[in-house]
Design a protein around this ligand. Structure first.
Ligand code: NAD
Length: 502
């Protein structure tokens, strides 16, 4: 950042308003390192007055500077410079993410930071191809539709993939000329703090992106309710999404909601079994099991079920649990002690519902001294007698897989759709007609066929039902972050109706 007011290592996360780190001495929150249970740093909370100041800075940058009218080549150059900064600082960003989140460093570098860099590159290229519309069907007239930036965007992010997810919102908002106030999760403020600094280092004008940190019911609620915010992009839990959308409705502010999931992973007997097994493990246990698109409900066709489930359980038992900074670690600690306890509680109470815990649900016994205070658990796999079980209905958001066995196509599709969520579905089969039918019948915003998570940035991403409202992705973001403007021009002088002459 051009002024040097930010610490080099932002282990106290504060607001960044108008390009400068500020703090009015708000409430201090301790951030715990999930790998050790020890301190990772602190966060100084932005109260409602500080949030209002951040929104005013974004408002000024939108209303009183030339930022919304920057040319496309200039905007593209900035987005690509941001991309380069992320690549250059990927190790540092991953480290800051890791000390608050606990996802293995290797995974953060390889997936999250690359994805963040890619988000900026993608939108730089996208705006080079964007078009307006022309209608000339009405005789004597041409109507063109252009798209303009909307204004000030409130971007509210979750803790499970802070940089990867918030960078999508930032890249899209900036690509289309908006200004922003970003609110990270209070659990994971550090890497996004550095990212905001890198945006400024890359040449972002002051006030275009502002950062506020703090708890959801304090800082987040103040941001969602703040006059001067023109649109809200939210990723997080379904309950929070409902609260924010009600607030947005009160103020008639458009919003996108990327919410929870309880995704079905359906393995037909016609599947490439070994690939499906690898993918089933990765879909539920990567990112420490904390992902909206986790394949948490695994349905296996009876003919292959016994072997498939027992092989899955054997592999789950062999997953390497350990410090997220160790390159061999496959499953790190859960993000907070409270979240670990919540996940373990699901395992403890599941048998009351007829669910059999096949493996996991304890705290690993051989933890080394250096990580013994961390929030580690053994990955869980359970057999559920039916889809109505609590662990098949509630989003656990941890390394918790449930298995169900099915006998027919109709049975599995009906169970897969029997959930309040509809974010993604996974289908494993080499029988094309079965795949085609399932793709048509599954009620989710995304269906992945014979693959794990594969995000196509050009295509819309988001959920049916309680998994969300609106979409993210190339054109979906263009529609959200721009207002269409319709301009009608006659091709020759018109003769208006003449009034008031008598
Ligand atoms: P959360 O809803 O608790 O918090 C998300 C963000 O909202 C945080 O920044 C939080 O501080 C803020 N917040 C909380 N209460 C608020 C309020 N009243 N007003 C304004 N802001 C408020 O979610 P989380 O625990 O951080 O994230 C986990 C959830 O996110 C899971 O349900 C997961 O499925 C979902 N998620 C969805 C996607 C997706 O793309 N659909 C991606 C990642 C995570």
């Amino acid at each position: 950042m051009h002024d040097a007011k930010m610490n080099d290592t932002p282990l106290t996360a504060r607001s960044v308003i108008g390009g400068t780190e500020v703090s009015h001495g708000g409430h201090m929150l301790d951030i715990v390192n999930p790998a050790t249970g020890g301190p990772a740093g602190t966060l100084q909370e932005a109260d409602a007055a500080e949030v209002a100041e951040a929104v005013r800075a974004a408002r000024t940058a939108f209303d009183k500077t030339d930022w919304p009218r920057w040319s496309v080549p200039r905007r593209q150059a900035l987005l690509l410079a941001i991309r380069d900064k992320i690549v250059e600082h990927a190790d540092k960003l991953a480290h800051l993410e890791c000390i608050a989140l606990g996802v293995p460093l290797k995974e953060l570098k390889a997936r999250h930071m690359l994805r963040a860099a890619e988000n900026f590159r993608f939108f730089a290229e996208y705006i080079g191809q964007a078009r307006g519309d022309l209608y000339d069907q009405t005789p004597g007239y041409r109507t063109i539709v252009t798209r303009e930036p909307v204004g000030v965007a409130a971007l509210i992010a979750p803790w499970n993939a802070p940089v990867a997810l918030a960078s999508m919102k930032l890249a899209a908002a900036l690509a289309f000329g908006n200004t922003c106030v970003l609110k990270p999760s209070e659990q994971t403020p550090f890497a996004l703090h550095l990212l905001v600094r890198l945006l400024h280092d890359a040449g972002l004008p002051d006030g275009v992106v502002n950062l506020v940190n703090g708890r959801g019911d304090v800082t987040g609620a103040a941001l969602a309710a703040q006059d001067g915010v023109d649109l809200i992009s939210f990723t997080g839990g379904t309950t929070t999404g409902r609260t924010i959308m009600a607030e947005a409705g009160r103020r008639l502010v458009p919003c996108t909601m990327e919410l929870g999931g309880k995704s079905a992973n359906i393995v037909f007997a016609s599947a490439d079994r070994d690939r499906a097994l690898d993918a089933a493990l990765a879909s539920i246990y990567s990112n420490n099991g904390q992902q909206c698109l986790a394949g948490s409900r695994i349905f296996v066709e009876r003919a292959i079920a016994d072997d498939f489930i027992s092989d899955f359980v054997a592999r789950a038992r062999s997953i390497r649990i350990g410090s997220p900074t160790d390159d061999s670690t496959e499953l790190g600690p859960l993000a907070t002690a409270a979240h670990r306890d919540r996940v373990l509680e699901f395992a403890r109470t599941a048998p009351q519902d007829g669910v059999e815990i096949l493996t996991g649900g304890g705290v690993p016994g051989d933890l080394r001294d250096d990580i013994s205070g961390g929030h580690y658990i053994e990955p869980i796999a359970a057999f559920a007698p039916g889809n109505a079980s609590v662990v098949c209905q509630q989003e656990i958001f941890g390394p918790f897989a449930t298995f169900q066995i099915f006998d027919s196509y109709n049975q599995v599709i009906s169970a897969a759709n029997n959930t309040e969520f509809g974010l993604v579905s996974y289908v494993w089969s080499d029988h094309l007609p079965t795949v085609e039918r399932a793709v048509r019948d599954l009620r989710s915003g995304v269906v992945w066929v014979n693959t794990t998570m594969t995000r196509e940035l050009r295509a819309p991403f988001g959920g049916f039902k309680s998994s969300g409202v609106g979409r993210e992705g190339g054109e979906a973001c263009e529609r959200f972050y721009t207002e269409p403007k319709t301009v009608t021009v006659p091709s020759s002088p018109i003769t208006p109706r003449r009034m008031g002459l008598s």
